[in-house]
Design a protein around this ligand. Structure first.
Ligand code: S3P
Length: 169
């Protein structure tokens, strides 16, 4: 049984990598944020707006427990998922956790290019976003680094290496 759980900060490429891997390995792909949205029939942004971050984290925690029970799957999780409750320990228990690690500069670059609205980053100037990413990474790194595998995604050509690495898990 194969269950690969991809974690990392916003903009690390978790969904992109997860989707590609799922195709390559011919396994179903679940993105925890998408799963939350379909189960709740609300966008992540709507959940944040209506219930605040705390409300979102509880839903995320509960639905992680549904998704991470599926067998033979690739799962990618929202950037904060491993950092609340005992989620990272649970993830490690359930599967092969892979941390996609990138520098704040690379993350910022990817986030700037992306079109989706991240509730935690909205209404912030570029400078504020940079400071925020730096601060959050310091808080989150101890959780992320508990993953079974850490892969550097700073170089684009690493995606090829990541694919090869994860395909062999
Ligand atoms: C969050 C990351 C988002 C989403 C939510 C909160 C975070 O997912 O779960 O907006 O706390 O880092 P992505 O990492 O897929 O953007």
């Amino acid at each position: 049984m194969r269950r690969i759980i991809i974690i990392g900060y916003m903009g690390a490429g978790k969904t992109t990598v997860g989707k590609t891997l799922a195709q390559e390995l011919n396994l179903p792909f679940y993105d925890l944020d998408w799963y939350i949205e379909s189960r709740m029939r609300k966008t992540v942004k709507e959940i944040f707006d209506e219930r605040g971050e705390e409300g979102f984290r509880l839903i995320e925690h509960n639905l992680l427990h549904e998704v991470a029970e599926f067998e033979d799957v690739i799962i990618s999780c929202g950037g904060g998922a491993p950092c609340f409750y005992d989620n990272i320990d649970y993830m490690n228990q359930q599967g092969d956790t892979v941390y996609l690690k990138a520098t704040p500069e690379v993350l910022y670059g990817h986030l700037k290019m992306g079109k989706s609205v991240r509730p935690l980053l909205q209404n912030k100037t570029s400078e504020e976003v940079k400071v925020f990413i730096n601060e959050q990474l310091q808080i989150r790194e101890p959780f992320y680094s508990k993953a079974k595998y850490t892969l550097d995604v700073n170089l684009m050509d690493n995606y090829e290496k990541i694919k090869i690495f994860v395909t062999k898990l």
